[in-house]
Design a protein around this ligand. Sequence first.
Ligand SMILES: [Mn+2]
Length: 301
Amino acid sequence: MSKLVEHRALWSGLASQADNAEIGVLGVPFDNAVSWRGGTRHAPQRIRSITPHLGLTTEEGVLLKIRVKDYGDVETDLNWERFFETTEASAAEIIQGRHRLAFFLGGDHSVGIPLFKAFAKSFTGPVGYIQFDSHPDLADNFEGHPWSHANTARRNLDQPNLSPAHLAFVGLRSFLTEELDYYAAHPEIGWHTARSVYGRGIEAVARDVIRQIQGVEAVYMSLDIDGIDPSCTPGTGTPEHGGPTTRECLEFLRLIFANLPIRAMDIVEVSPPLDLSDVTSLAALKVMYEVFGFMQEKATQ
Ligand SMILES: [Mn+2]
């Protein structure tokens, strides 16, 4: 096989069937929980379809050698509750497997509920949860549902080993009154608005998050693509202007991965039908490949 052809494979040729591959990937193609515009169920396949066209290096020129075991997608199911149960069970297997990092691709943000549930149950000690998002998703009920994509962080707090003191948000700029009330009652939550990122710089914010989330066994990192400014990631159902750039998101993740025990990450709310020239799927992939590089760096330390 010539060098040129080697790259033209899933995950740029990093795909592996090894049970101890460093990264385990699972797609969760579900968008029944969106409040407005959907399409995120197409994201896992769209994102995978681009990977054969990408090179094998990080932005710093590190050649990626890490192995990626792709478990495919959770099978769709018209029964929402059963779908969440299947998602939780599939995620648990990956988190409890021999991978260093479980990587989940949504789907709307509601899929984060069963994913985090599987995560929290996989550890006996306290866990941390970081959400890079324009919205805090702290509503107890949204449009009559406790499981919508506006309830994710609130449902995650139902897990006994996640406390508000180990929950941090970055990029916030859109709120429900109920969410502001919840934060007022729980000021120990890390609450970093988009404006604070702009004013203080992403590094200062990342350092705060690292300082806050200490003493936990493992951390789950959730990236809602609408946390990034829609000038970078327009293909999403509820874009919010005035957010951090993809650059700032990458700088944030670089520090977080270097300093916290991140064991799972998701990217949610990418909607290929609402996208332009695949730039949003490409942003998700940029983030993934850089994260692969961070994990590779950690492995060699
Ligand atoms: Mn959001």
